[in-house]
Design a protein around this ligand. Structure first.
Ligand code: NAD
Length: 221
């Protein structure tokens, strides 16, 4: 299914899903590629091109059925089945993610957590039992974990990723600002908020002037 589909298309499908969900909640039953495009901030041509990778969903003249296209997108994105999630690293970020209420909106079920800190092991944090990372293989198999959130310090990331891979988990959502190496059959998606912040700095720089004495490079500091 994912072979040959540009990752930018997959990202936009996730946006279309959110837009359609909002339209559905608002009680709309039909939409058009123009409307979807405006809400998703892309062109109508782009919407039609993205959807055309997967089949023909709309009707010329009357557009798309909102619940129909919503279901198709959920099917395409694999969001019609439960996914069992474990968090590896129950520090500040791991615990915040465990408490995130929208995790179960699409059947992402948090089933286990792992850490190496003796103070945390054996406790329940964010409604889930914290196990020692050494027990990843047995607990992951027992709980049929599909996806691991990686939320450990940078210097522990590769070893923890190796443990996750050895446990048979095939999807890693990596929050650590470093690259982790995994075999080809393990998919890693990275969430890097510092990288996004630097991109934001790039786009704002030039629009928002800094005073010369505030410049860190080429200034007085
Ligand atoms: P933290 O120090 O509060 O927590 C890290 C936890 O990982 C600790 O509980 C520690 O005991 C545990 N740990 C260490 N080695 C481990 C191992 N091998 N297996 C399992 N657990 C292990 O750190 P934090 O603030 O929660 O940040 C965690 C990571 O997330 C860092 O790499 C940080 O840079 C990153 N981060 C990412 C984002 C983002 O948006 N992507 C935002 C903030 C932090």
């Amino acid at each position: 299914m994912s072979k040959g589909i540009p990752s930018a298309t997959v990202s936009r499908l996730v946006t279309y899903l959110r837009v359609l969900s909002d339209l559905d909640k608002a009680g709309l039953t039909r939409t058009s590629s123009d409307h979807l495009a405006a809400e998703a901030q892309v062109t109508a041509f782009q919407v039609r091109k993205d959807l055309a990778y997967f089949g023909s969903f709309g009707t010329r003249g009357s557009g798309y059925s909102v619940p129909g296209l919503l279901l198709e997108l959920r099917r395409i994105l694999g969001l019609i089945r439960p996914w069992r999630v474990a968090i590896v690293g129950m520090g500040r970020l791991g615990q915040a993610l465990a408490d995130f209420p929208q995790l179960d909106e699409y059947d992402f079920e948090l089933v286990a957590a792992f850490d190496v800190d003796p103070v945390k092991i054996g406790t329940t944090l964010g409604g889930v039992d914290v196990h020692h990372s050494d027990d990843l293989p047995t607990v992951a198999a027992d709980k049929s974990v599909d996806i691991a959130f990686l939320t450990v310090p940078v210097d522990a990331a590769q070893a923890a990723a190796d443990d996750i891979v050895r446990s048979g988990i095939r999807g890693i959502l990596n929050f650590v600002p470093t690259v982790v190496s995994t075999p080809d059959d393990v998919r890693v998606e990275t969430v890097d908020f510092l990288a996004a912040l630097k991109r934001l700095s790039y786009y704002l720089h030039g629009q928002v002037p800094a005073k010369p004495d505030e410049l860190l490079i080429g200034g007085s500091r």
